[in-house]
Design a protein around this ligand. Structure first.
Ligand code: HEM
Length: 536
C-alpha cells in the first residue's frame, strides 16, 4: 500500500496549505509586532500596532488629523500610529525632525508615489537629499525677494477682481451669500496661474478652468491614501492608466486630468520661451516660476530638468500654490465671523492704517498691522492647511528624540493639527485668540516667553530645508487679501448660517460648530463660510 505522505496533494490540500501558511505568517508577524518589535514599548491603539490599514482608511476618510489629536490626548506625547511609525507631539521633536538639515532622516517612500503620475519626482517629493538641494536651489529663484516684488501687482489685480465680484449691485445693500471655500479656491488658482505660468486662468470669472481647480484637491485626496498602500510601489506604474480610472472612478480620473493639465502648461510655457529665444525678442517675458525651472541647468552636468521633472514641478506649483492659501483665506473669514470682537479690532486696524485702496500694498504700513498678522498666525494654527503627520524615515545610525533612541527604519513625524492644539503650547487651544501671538497687548498678560514657546511649536509650513518654499509668498497673498477685503467691505454671515463649522451628530471631533472643518487630503477639502458683503 502506498504511504499517504507519498501521494500527490489534492488542490484542496494545496489551497489549505497555502491558507495555513498565510495565517501562520500573519499570526507570527502580529505577535512579533506586539512583543519583540523595537517599537513594542510605545503606547497606541491596538490595531495600529498590527497594521498600517487603519492609517490608510483614515487618509481615505479625511479624518486622519482628528485621529492624531485624539490619540495624543489619550496616549501622550509619543504614540505608535503604525507598526513602524511613531507620532510625536512636542516642539522638541518637531524641531529635531524637521528643523535641521543634518538630521538623520529622509522623506519616506510614500512621497515617491505622490508624483508618480508625472513619471518623475518633484522638488517636494525628491527623497534624495543632494538631488533635492539642487531642485530647491532652482526653485528658490522663483521665490527670491525680487521675484516676490514683481509678483505683487499680479496678486493685487486678482484680489481686486475678487473684491469687485463680491461687491453688491446697489450701494448700501448686502450682497447675496457666497461660499468662500469655492471663491477663495478660484482666487488662489488665478493668482497661481499668474505667478507660476505667467497666465491668467480666470477661474473667478469663467467656468473654463474651475474643474481643474477642483481636481487639485480631489486628485490629492486620491493619491494621498493611495500612496500609503502596501502595493503602491507596483501600482505607481499604472497611476494615470485607464485601468485605475476604471477601478477607482472619478478621483483617479481627476488625478489623471491634473497630470495632463500640468504637462500641458509646461509644453505651452516651453514653446513660448523657445519662440521668444528664436525671435531674439529684446523684452524678455516676465520671469514666472516655470521660467526659472525650465531654464535651469545643472552646474555639473549642464543638463536641464527632464520633461517629466518639469511636469512634476508644474503639478506641485498648481497644487501647493493655489489651494493652501485658499484654505487659510476661507478659514480666516469663518473665524472672524464667529468672533465679532476680533473682527471689529482687525477691521479698525486696517481702516485706520490705510487711506485708500491703492495704499494697501506690501510695505511699512502693512507690516505695522500687527493684529492682522496675529489673526493670520492664529488661523494657520487652528486650521493648518497640511494638518497631518509628514512622514520621515530614520536612517542607519538611528536618531535621539525626546530622550528616546529611535532605531533606523522607523517612520517619525509631528502632526501640525495635534501640536497646534496642544495646551502646553497654546492654552485654551480651541479658542480663536490672536492675542496669544502678541506680547501683552492691552494688558492680556501674554509674556515674551509664552509667545516664543508658541512660535517654537508652530509648523503650518513645516520647518527647515524641506519646509515650504512659498511661505513668504503665502503670507503676502493672505495679508493683502484680508486687508483689501476688510478695508472695502463689512461682512456678515449668510442666512443659510455661516457654514463650514462642525455639528452634533457628525463624527467624533467634528462637533464644534465654531471650528472650521477640514477633510484631510494632504491638502484639505472644506466648505463655507457663506459670507455677505456690504461696500463701506
Ligand atoms: C498657507 C499656505 C501654505 C501652507 C500652509 C503650506 C504648507 C507647506 C508644507 C507643510 C510643506 C511641507 C510638506 C512636506 O513636508 O511634505 C510645504 C512644502 C512646499 N510648499 Fe507650501 N504651503 C503653503 C503655500 C505655498 C505656496 C503659495 C507655494 C508656492 C507657490 C508653496 C510651495 C511649496 C513647495 C514648492 C514645497 C516643497 C518644498 C520642498 O520640499 O523643498 N506652498 N508647504
Amino acid at each position: 500500500m502506498t504511504p499517504l505522505w507519498s501521494l500527490p496533494p489534492s488542490p484542496t490540500q494545496v489551497l489549505a496549505g497555502i491558507g495555513g501558511a498565510i495565517v501562520v505568517y500573519f499570526l507570527g508577524l502580529w505577535v512579533y509586532r506586539l512583543t519583540l518589535h523595537p517599537l513594542a514599548k510605545y503606547p497606541g491603539p491596538f490595531l495600529y500596532k498590527l497594521t498600517d490599514w487603519s492609517l490608510i482608511i483614515q487618509c481615505y476618510q479625511g479624518n486622519r488629523h482628528l485621529h492624531h489629536l485624539r490619540d495624543h490626548e489619550k496616549y501622550g506625547p509619543i504614540v505608535r500610529i503604525g507598526p513602524n511609525t511613531l507620532s510625536f507631539n512636542t516642539e522638541t521633536a518637531l524641531n529635531a525632525i524637521y528643523g535641521s538639515k543634518k538630521v538623520n532622516v529622509r522623506k519616506t517612500g510614500m512621497y515617491i508615489t505622490m508624483d508618480a503620475g508625472a513619471g518623475a519626482l518633484s522638488t517636494h517629493t525628491e527623497v534624495d537629499k543632494e538631488k533635492h538641494a539642487y531642485r530647491r536651489r532652482v526653485m528658490s529663484h522663483a521665490f527670491s525677494d525680487n521675484a516676490l516684488r514683481s509678483a505683487e501687482p499680479f496678486i493685487l489685480d486678482n484680489i481686486n477682481i475678487f473684491c469687485n465680484l463680491m461687491a453688491p449691485k446697489e450701494k448700501g445693500a448686502w450682497s447675496e451669500a457666497k461660499d468662500m471655500s469655492q471663491w477663495c479656491a478660484w482666487l488662489g488658482f488665478d493668482i497661481m496661474g499668474d505667478l507660476a505660468f505667467g497666465k491668467r486662468f480666470r477661474c473667478l470669472e469663467s467656468e473654463e478652468h474651475r474643474y481643474t481647480s477642483r481636481t487639485t484637491i480631489t486628485g490629492s485626496k486620491f493619491i494621498y491614501w493611495f500612496s500609503y498602500l502596501p502595493c503602491a510601489w507596483l501600482c505607481r506604474l499604472f497611476i494615470t492608466s485607464p485601468l485605475l480610472s476604471l477601478l477607482f472612478g472619478q478621483m483617479a480620473k481627476d488625478l489623471a486630468h491634473l497630470v495632463y493639465y500640468a504637462d500641458e502648461q509646461v509644453r505651452i510655457r516651453t514653446s513660448e520661451l523657445t519662440k521668444s529665444e528664436k525671435s531674439g525678442e529684446k523684452t524678455a517675458p516676465r520671469k514666472d516660476s516655470m521660467h526659472y525651472i525650465i531654464e535651469a541647468r545643472d552646474p555639473e552636468t549642464g543638463k536641464s530638468l527632464t520633461n517629466q521633472e518639469l511636469t512634476a514641478d508644474s503639478m506641485l506649483l498648481i497644487g501647493a500654490g493655489s489651494d493652501t492659501v485658499a484654505t487659510s483665506m476661507a478659514s480666516c473669514l469663518f473665524y472672524l465671523l464667529h468672533n465679532p470682537t476680533v473682527l471689529k479690532k482687525v477691521t479698525t486696524e486696517v481702516r485706520s492704517t490705510f487711506t485708500s485702496i491703492a495704499d494697501i500694498r506690501v510695505g511699512p504700513k502693512l507690516t505695522s498691522c500687527t493684529y492682522l498678522q496675529a489673526c493670520l498666525e492664529e488661523v494657520l494654527r487652528i486650521t493648518p492647511p497640511v494638518p497631518s503627520h509628514l512622514p520621515r524615515e530614520v536612517l542607519p545610525g538611528g536618531l535621539g528624540l525626546d530622550g528616546e533612541y529611535i532605531p533606523a527604519g522607523t517612520i517619525v513625524g509631528v502632526p501640525a493639527y495635534s501640536i497646534h492644539h496642544n495646551p502646553t503650547y497654546y492654552p485654551d487651544p480651541w479658542a480663536f485668540t490672536p492675542e496669544r501671538w502678541l506680547v501683552d497687548p492691552a494688558g492680556t498678560g501674554v509674556t515674551a516667553a509664552q509667545v516664543e514657546l508658541a512660535q517654537r511649536a508652530f509648523c503650518p509650513f513645516s520647518l527647515g530645508s524641506r519646509g515650504c518654499i512659498g511661505k513668504f509668498l503665502a503670507y503676502m497673498e493672505f495679508k493683502l487679501f484680508m486687508a483689501h477685503l476688510l478695508y472695502r467691505f463689512d461682512i456678515k454671515e449668510g442666512e443659510e448660517k455661516v457654514g463650514g463649522g462642525g455639528k452634533e451628530g457628525l463624527e467624533r471631533g467634528r462637533e464644534r460648530s465654531d471650528e472650521f472643518q477640514m477633510d484631510d487630503a494632504f491638502a484639505v477639502l472644506r466648505n463655507g463660510p457663506m459670507v455677505r458683503f456690504r461696500a463701506v
